[in-house]
Design a protein around this ligand. Structure first.
Ligand code: SF4
Length: 213
């Protein structure tokens, strides 16, 4: 099976079978999404959703966050992982939005990458989710699932995976595909002992073919 054929089968399967997969983070605007995505590094969406209502109430806009201190922000996010760093980044992020981007979240990757706390994955989430642009954020789930299925040729880095997925997945489906792969990795193609016996992708999966074919 060629790679193109494998992509087609996998995409068709997800279109038929995936649940509607909107992001699970709760937010109401681009600024709030950026805050939530920064908080979600090494932290579950559930945990992030527990702290953001109070956080957004006290720091509803970048102006208020920028005028605050990391110590004050820390109090609201201390149950997340790495709260000290994240508090510092959130204040730095808000200051940057005000100083360089008129208080708005920019919609291009180069600008996004200049913001404290924003790495390539976060930038790509913003592009895909907030701006509906052709981007593929690669987290550990996307990286693992794409490699196992054979959507990538045993990719060694998230950037390699990102390039490969963006090349083969139609741009209008990238944002959806991001969620498909994350959810599949979270619930079926889990890191230890993937649940191949109940996985509908097994007919086109390289990992399955190698281990059970
Ligand atoms: Fe993952 Fe197994 Fe499904 Fe392949 S068949 S995608 S390895 S769960």
């Amino acid at each position: 099976m060629t790679k193109k054929e494998r992509y087609k089968k996998v995409i068709d399967w997800f279109i038929e079978n995936a649940e509607s997969a909107e992001t699970e983070l709760h937010y109401q605007n681009d600024y709030q999404l950026l805050v939530a995505v920064i908080l979600s590094a090494q932290c579950t969406d559930k945990r992030v959703n527990m702290v953001t209502p109070a956080l957004f109430e006290v720091f509803p806009v970048p102006e208020v966050m920028a005028a605050s201190t990391p110590e004050a922000v820390f109090e609201y996010i201390k149950s997340c992982s790495y709260p000290n760093n994240k508090a510092k980044n959130l204040v730095g992020m808000a200051k940057k939005l005000l100083s360089d981007f008129g208080g708005e979240v920019p919609n291009d990757i180069d600008s996004l990458l200049t913001i404290p706390g924003v790495g390539r994955k976060t930038a790509n989430v913003m592009l895909a989710v907030a701006f509906n642009k052709p981007a593929m954020p690669v987290d550990t789930h996307v990286f693992r699932v794409a490699n196992r299925i054979g959507l990538t040729d045993n990719s060694k880095t998230p950037l390699e995976t990102e390039r490969e997925l963006v090349k083969y997945i139609p741009s209008e489906l990238l944002s959806k595909a991001h969620h498909w792969l994350i959810l599949h990795g979270r619930y079926i193609c889990v890191a230890r002992r993937p649940k191949c016996e109940i996985c509908g992708l097994s007919p086109w999966c390289k990992y399955y073919e190698k281990h059970f074919g």
